[in-house]
Design a protein around this ligand. Structure first.
Ligand code: PGA
Length: 256
C-alpha cells in the first residue's frame, strides 16, 4: 500500500481527483467503485467541475456503489442512492442505467447480495475503487471482525457506526441498524483501490492501519495485501502514525 500524506482535506481531494480523472481519461469505459459519506464529497465536486470545464465524459463509464441502508427507499434523503444522485450522477453525463447501488428495500436481501456480485462480474470487475474509512476502521460497512473472505452481505451495524452516521439523520433512532455491503473479498478484487481519510476522527483507524497488523479486527488492513492500493490521508488523520516518514510520500512528489 502506497501512502500519500497531504496537508489538509482540500489537498487530499485534489490528489485523489487528479488520479481518478487521469484514469478515466486513459480508460473511458472504466468501472468505478464509489463510496458515500463526507470524505469523497470534494473529490466528486472536482470530478463534476472537470466534466463541466474540460468535457471529460462518463457516457461509457459504469459505477458500482459499496453499500446501502436496509429499509431506506431511493427517495429517502439519507439513502445512499439519494446521496449519489445529488452529489455526483445528476451532474455528469453518465447514463443512469450504468450506475448500480444495492437496494435496501427488496423482499429477498440475500438474493440482492448475489445479484450485486453478478452485476460486478457482468461489468468486468471494478477497475478503480474509492473508499472512505470509519472511525472504527471499517471499509464499506465491513465492521471489525468481518472475514477477509466475505462477499456482498447483510450487515448489523455496530453502535459506533450508528452513532457516527447519525449526523446524516434527524435523530439517532432514525439510523437504520442494518445495511447491504460489498464484502472485503469483493473490494479486494478491485484492480486499484484508493482509500481516503481526513480529520482527527480517523486518526486511530489510520494508526491501526499503518502501524498495526493485517488482521480481521482492522478491516482496512486487507488493503496492505493489495498490489495496487493507495492511502491518501491528511495530516490530521495521520497524526498518530509512528511509521518512519521516508515510507510515506508527501503530496508534492506527484508534481515532481
Ligand atoms: P465519512 O464515512 O466519509 O462520512 O467519514 C466514512 C465511513 O464511515 O466509511
Amino acid at each position: 500500500m502506497k501512502v500519500i500524506r497531504t496537508n489538509n482535506y482540500e489537498e487530499m481531494s485534489k490528489v485523489a481527483a487528479d488520479l481518478v480523472i487521469s484514469k478515466i481519461k486513459a480508460q473511458p469505459n472504466i468501472t468505478l467503485g464509489l463510496a458515500t459519506g463526507s470524505t469523497p464529497i470534494n473529490l466528486y465536486r472536482q470530478m463534476i467541475q472537470d466534466h463541466q470545464q474540460n468535457g471529460t465524459s462518463y457516457k461509457n463509464i459504469y459505477t458500482v456503489n459499496l453499500d446501502e441502508y436496509i429499509g431506506l427507499p431511493k427517495e429517502h434523503p439519507s439513502s445512499y442512492y439519494f446521496f449519489m444522485k445529488n452529489e455526483l450522477f445528476d451532474h455528469l453525463d453518465i447514463p443512469k442505467e450504468q450506475t448500480f447501488i444495492p437496494s435496501g428495500v427488496v423482499a429477498d436481501l440475500d438474493e440482492e447480495c448475489e445479484k450485486f456480485e453478478q452485476i460486478i462480474t457482468n461489468v468486468g470487475g471494478i477497475d478503480l475503487q474509492i473508499l472512505g474509512i470509519g472511525p472504527n476502521g471499517h471499509i464499506a460497512f465491513n465492521e471489525p471482525g468481518t472475514p477477509f473472505e466475505s462477499r456482498t452481505h447483510v450487515v448489523n451495524l455496530t453502535e459506533s457506526t450508528i452513532k457516527a452516521n447519525s449526523r446524516f439523520f434527524k435523530t439517532i433512532e432514525e439510523v437504520p441498524t442494518r445495511a447491504i455491503s460489498l464484502g472485503l473479498k469483493t473490494i479486494f478484487e478491485s484492480k486499484q483501490i484508493i482509500l481516503l481519510a481526513s480529520g482527527p476522527k480517523k486518526a486511530h483507524a489510520i494508526r491501526d492501519l499503518i502501524d498495526g497488523p493485517i488482521d480481521e479486527q482492522y478491516p482496512a488492513s486487507i488493503l496492505k495485501k493489495h498490489p495496487n492500493s493507495i492511502l491518501i490521508a491528511d495530516n490530521d488523520a495521520m497524526q498518530l502514525v509512528s511509521t518512519k516518514s521516508d515510507t510515506i510520500l508527501s503530496s508534492d512528489f506527484l508534481a515532481r
